[in-house]
Design a protein around this ligand. Structure first.
Ligand code: ADP
Length: 586
């Protein structure tokens, strides 16, 4: 399947025709200085598409810089999507209009083809609020959509997956820090597959030192510059004349700066030192945010190529478990054939990886995935929904401490998953702020104790419980638990349960999903229709089909007993081929 990927920027149009199956690039080219051409973007695209007439294109993927608050995923483009991208123009006044021009021209010239928008911001859209918000007046922020969005999402998502493949561990079990260091630069904390913080903010100006952008500044500096130079000159200064270029006075190419530094150039040395210091600072911060890390990823022109910058950034990070092997670092060369190289010593606890990014290929993959999602089966079968009140599972040792040595759980009543039961036993949870009594223990005993509460409970207790899948208690929140025979201070185990669906392998086959997949489930026909994203699929022959959500989630959709949802369907590959051949409306 051939997918045309278009990256329509303000001054240039880059495009690639990619064979999605093999990942091979069939055509790759760009047109520069588009704004100066007669007919602008539309005319340039017309000649690009003319040149590709000999190829059978199946779908088009467009890079779109800003998806605002509206888009947390790539999307099939129709007129309402176009309007929503248009509404994000004030957030990215240079980029989004160019992206839109590209989409409009491609739709006009390839009217029968599916076109998909892939956003730089989407990967970060579900960052927790604490990472998303600025500490300013909340009403004002909400009105003006002033919040952190993050960028480079396509690249961070891709290199994280490549790192996981290389480490042969599921992305969902890894805590990664991705450092995309190019002309633009950003770091991203990726906890179990999700972006939980990133260094770029409302605009790509925040965070790391970049080629020509300043990155982090005291807002007081901006105020002073605005007063002295005016707003436009400050904009120009911070976006185009700062960063490596501003510090070194030599331009934005690190290669030139590194050569000058070797000759003793003061500005060049300052530029290199600041760049490395800032990146190191973010690695430390994100390790703290995630409570530990498994790997740090270097990508982008600088991350992939500058041996000495990687060395500087990773120096003195032994305390985090990072240790570089100088020979491996010096010899690291990544390519599409060998996209990941490990540069850490054999005994390092945390891996340092150089990873090749390929945003175009990722856009092509996203395009195929979204087209697959848009193909729905005729008769979706409903998934029963069970609402879980707060509860806990205990291990032998905790059971002994709370209820007495050798005590056993007594069955109060069977619950829907075979073999599991609500027990007669209950415990009290004690947080720093308040307590919640009579929390039901579910049986049988497990390998590790786990206490599952809702967000509402979290605020009552005064704790910060991470969202986790069942059993993923490592590094979760501490809690004090009281039973009739004793009190236990758990150092971890308190979680907000991640919504999930239990499926028998037969159900998984019917829905064409597998264990560990993330799906969407739509609730329709009630007073408050809602689609739940990020629903984890868990498959076992011990399960019966049932989706589990907590009381807060059920309240949000006004669900009651006996409710059911529909899986938002993802078509298998064969259907996608067929769908791509059929015209896709509007
Ligand atoms: P963009 O963000 O524009 O996509 P890239 O990711 O291509 O940028 O990164 C470009 C930057 O990478 C260049 O400005 C240059 O400073 C740096 N770079 C590329 N190769 C090397 C190298 N061998 N040594 C040091 N820096 C390099």
């Amino acid at each position: 399947m051939k997918i045309l990927v278009i990256n329509c920027g303000s001054s240039s149009i880059k495009y690639q025709l990619i064979d999605q199956g093999s990942g091979m690039t069939i055509v790759k080219d760009s047109v520069e200085r588009v704004a100066e051409l007669e007919g602008g973007h539309a005319q340039a695209l017309r000649s690009i598409l003319g040149g590709l007439a000999a190829h059978e294109i199946s779908a088009v993927g467009h890079r779109v810089v800003h998806g605002g608050e509206k888009f947390s995923d790539s999307v099939l483009i129709d007129s309402s999507v176009l309007a929503a991208i248009e509404a994000c123009v004030p957030l990215a006044p240079l980029h989004n209009p160019a992206n839109l021009a590209g989409i409009r021209a491609a739709r006009e010239m390839l009217p029968g083809l599916a076109q998909v928008a892939v956003f730089d911001t989407a990967f970060h859209a579900r960052m927790p609020r604490r990472a998303r918000a600025y500490a300013i007046d909340r009403e004002l922020a909400e009105k003006g959509s002033i919040r952190r969005y993050g960028f480079h999402g396509t690249s961070h998502a891709m290199v994280a997956q490549r790192a996981a493949d290389f480490l042969q561990q599921p992305l969902k079990e890894l805590r990664l820090i991705s450092c995309h260091l190019g002309n633009g630069a950003s770091a991203c904390a990726i906890e179990y597959g999700h972006s939980v913080d990133t260094s770029m903010g409302m605009t790509p100006l925040e965070g790391l030192v970049m080629g020509t952008r300043s990155g982090d500044l005291d807002p007081g500096v901006v105020l002073k510059l605005c007063r002295e130079l005016g707003v436009d000159a400050t904009d120009e200064l911070l976006n185009r004349k700062s960063g490596l270029a501003g510090l070194s006075g030599l331009g934005n190419d690190l290669r030139d700066i590194e050569s000058a530094a070797a000759q003793g150039h003061e500005g060049a040395r300052a530029a290199i030192n600041l760049f490395a210091h800032r990146a190191k600072k973010y690695i430390g911060a994100y390790a703290a945010v995630m409570g530990g890390i498994d790997a740090v990823i270097f990508t982008g022109g600088i991350g992939q190529n500058s041996v000495s910058m990687r060395q500087r950034i990773l120096q003195h990070l032994d305390f985090l478990g990072l240790r570089v092997d100088d020979d491996l670092n010096r010899d690291a060369r990544v390519s599409e054939e060998l996209p990941v190289v490990d540069i850490s010593t054999r005994t390092a606890r945390v891996r340092a990886l150089v990873v090749a990014t390929n945003e175009e290929l990722q856009i092509a993959r996203e395009t195929e995935r979204i087209v697959a999602k848009s193909v729905r089966p005729s008769e979706p079968s409903p998934i029963p929904i069970a609402i879980s009140a707060r509860h806990c599972h205990l291990d032998r040792a905790t059971m002994d401490q709370l209820f007495g040595v050798g005590s056993e759980l007594e069955v109060y009543k069977e619950i829907s998953q075979p073999g599991q039961f609500a027990s007669k036993q209950k415990v009290n949870l004690i947080g720093p702020r308040d307590r919640i009594d009579e929390v039901r223990v579910l049986g049988p005993l497990r390998n590790k104790s786990q206490f599952e509460i809702s967000r509402t409970d979290e605020y009552k207790l005064g704790v910060d419980a991470p969202i986790r899948g069942s059993g993923q208690v490592e590094g979760s929140a501490p809690i004090t638990v009281e039973g009739p025979k004793g009190t236990v201070h758990m150092v971890e185990g308190l979680i907000c349960a991640r919504r999930h669906i239990h499926m028998h392998p037969d159900d998984a086959k019917n829905f064409a999903v597998k264990d560990g997949d993330e799906v969407e489930v739509g609730i329709k026909g009630g007073p408050r229709d809602l689609t739940f994203g990020d629903v984890l699929v868990r498959v076992s022959d011990k399960y019966v089909l049932e989706m589990h959500i907590d009381t807060d989630e059920a309240n949000a959709a006004e669900l009651s007993r006996g409710a059911a949802g529909d899986l938002v369907y993802v078509a298998p590959a064969g259907d996608v081929q067929a769908a791509l051949r059929a015209p896709i409306g509007k």
